[in-house]
Write a protein that binds this ligand. Structure first.
Ligand code: NOJ
Length: 555
């Protein structure tokens, strides 16, 4: 980005945002955990990749009960990751390279080590300290039953009992007590946090679980045993998810964010029904919302086309731009997803199968077989398709190397709370969080000098930055080329579907930019013009199966 772009208040509308999961990106001090100086040392890599912004997952002090999404202090840096001075140095280095920074804000819950929660535990039932959270008496004759039947997203009940007999709500792990957003003190404190990071030069925020902030805590609590199945209500009065009253919070935040020049951006992580996403994306709300529809879609041209059309319509309606995501730190990497047969779940999840800890399982118990080559080929085609769409694209560290999920991590190294809370049946998300391979060899493939906090498989060598950077056929070269061409071609935000044969997705963008993805077995002819990028080799000039091409039409 040029200096002029850095000041542009619309910079986010068609930005390529790269997610850094800091503990697994680059380890500068050799303690096995990635850190902020590690990120600073790799700014040159990020610049060469051609991204517009970094989204940094939580780097705050945390006991890592949930990968840093259990925050002890919202206005500091985890000592394992560095200091506030390291943060400032990282912001300066990113900005000097023309890269914006978005940080993660986790407002639904603090950690159980946050000073507020420690104060709540040390205070009496009904005290102001407890009213920052959701403390309740239990049910049953002696209060030994949880206050409601709500389940936690990580398995087990969403209530935990404290020694004096009361219970507190945690929609996620017990180490993540939910905040009470009816409490004005909670609201004020988050505004202070938004200002704290905005004043330090942060350009935007990613809002964790934005769709759960407000809850129906009426007495008695509504029954909702199937909460985890019900994340996509169509109206805004569900007890937990996607309530209309959460928007009051975001309207207040938007006023604060608009006081800055350029206004600070915000993107909602809201797993809501697509028809309700616009609420978060409106200019008077957060301004943008993640669309996870393609991430959940099967590799099917009809489904892709429907999802794309629907999301472009929704973003036009809200005045926002669309967001596109195929991978993040919470889901199976898309190179692996696309290599698994479409099943009842659309894909398998890594599971603890037998003693060897290997393998995948569908929710119906069947075990799908991974085809890694096909998965990567489709992933490259899907990423190139995504990068041609109007709106902003969110990439997850390592996808530009074509990394697969590390599905065979043994149980004793797993960190995700899902593993314990599912009774060791679900491995959880660590397979997408294994530290990045920078070099072919060496301690932790160049991640750091002191090993890696999750073991890296031997096949990482061939997918390291060093192995890929000078190979024109590598996935890294594909991403670099695609981002450079996109920066030149990206113009207006419109898209026109072209008439096409079955199994081909073909659309054009302003300036004669064609994007074609062939989902079918028969090779397809490309339109006349200059072939800018392809996700794989052409066959005798034709576009083969599971391949995307960008062509700029001859005038
Ligand atoms: C969504 C985050 O992306 C995920 O990693 C985390 O476990 C939950 N929110 C809870 O904060």
């Amino acid at each position: 980005m040029s200096n002029q772009d850095m000041a542009d208040s619309d910079w986010w509308r068609q930005a390529v945002v790269y997610q850094v999961y800091p503990r697994s990106f680059a380890d500068h001090d050799g303690d096995g955990v990635g850190d902020l100086p590690g990120i600073t040392s790799r700014v040159g890599y990020l610049k060469a990749l051609g991204i517009d912004a970094v989204w940094l997952s939580p780097f705050y002090p945390s006991a890592l009960a949930d990968g840093g999404y259990d925050v002890d202090d919202y206005r500091d840096v985890d000592p394992l990751l560095g200091t506030l001075a390291d943060f400032d140095a990282m912001v300066t280095a990113l900005h000097d390279a023309g890269i914006k920074l978005i940080v993660d804000i986790v407002p639904n819950h603090t950690s159980n080590r946050h000073r507020w929660f420690r104060e709540a535990l040390a205070s009496a039932p009904g005290s102001p300290a407890r009213q920052r959270y959701h403390f309740r008496d239990g049910t049953g004759p002696d209060g030994s039953e949880p206050p409601s039947d709500w389940p936690s997203m990580f398995g087990g009940p969403a209530w935990h009992r404290v020694p004096d007999g009361q219970w507190y709500l945690h929609l996620f792990a017990p180490e993540q007590p939910d905040l009470n957003w009816d409490n004005p003190e909670v609201r004020e404190d988050f505004v202070t946090t938004l200002r704290f990071w905005s004043d330090r030069g942060v350009d935007g925020f990613r809002i964790d679980v934005a769709h759960a902030l407000t809850k129906d805590m009426s007495d008695p609590l509504p029954s909702a045993p199937d909460l985890t199945e019900q994340q996509q209500p169509l109206v805004g009065d569900h007890p937990i998810w996607d309530r209309d009253d959460a928007q009051e919070v975001f309207r207040e935040w938007r006023k604060v964010l608009n006081e800055y020049d350029p206004p600070r951006t915000a993107v909602a992580e809201a797993w809501c029904h697509p028809s309700r996403r616009a609420r978060y994306a409106r200019p008077e709300s957060l301004g943008q919302a993640f669309n996870f529809d393609l991430l959940q879609a099967d590799w099917d041209p009809g489904i892709f086309r429907t999802v794309i059309t629907r999301n472009l319509e929704a973003s036009a309606e809200s005045g926002s731009s669309s967001t596109w995501v195929l991978s993040n730190h919470d889901v199976v990497r898309h190179a692996s997803r696309y290599g698994l047969p479409a099943g009842p779940d659309g894909c398998g999840v890594p599971a603890e199968l037998g003693q060897d800890g290997k393998g995948w399982v569908n929710t119906d118990g069947t075990t799908p077989q991974l085809d890694p080559e096909r998965g990567l080929q489709r992933a490259r085609a899907a990423s190139l398709l995504l990068l041609a769409l109007p709106g902003s694209t969110y990439l997850y560290q390592g996808e530009e190397l074509g990394l697969h999920e590390v599905a065979d991590l043994p149980g004793d190294v797993l960190q995700d709370p899902t593993f314990e809370r599912s009774g060791h049946t679900q491995k959880g998300r660590d397979g997408a969080r294994v530290p990045i391979p920078w070099t072919r060899e060496g301690s932790s493939f160049g991640f750091g000098s002191g090993g890696a906090h999750l073991p890296q498989p031997r096949w990482f060598a061939a997918l390291s930055v060093q192995a890929e950077q000078d190979d024109p056929a590598s996935t890294l070269s594909l991403y670099r080329a695609a981002l450079a061409v996109r920066a030149r071609l990206q113009g207006g935000e419109s898209l026109v579907w072209e008439d096409s044969i079955p199994n081909l997705l073909h659309f054009t963008r302003p300036g004669g930019w064609h994007c074609l993805t062939n989902f079918g077995a028969a090779p397809v002819e490309l339109p006349a013009g200059e072939i800018m990028v392809t996700s794989g080799p052409l066959h005798h000039g034709l576009l083969p199966q599971d391949t995307t091409a960008w062509v700029v039409a001859a005038h």
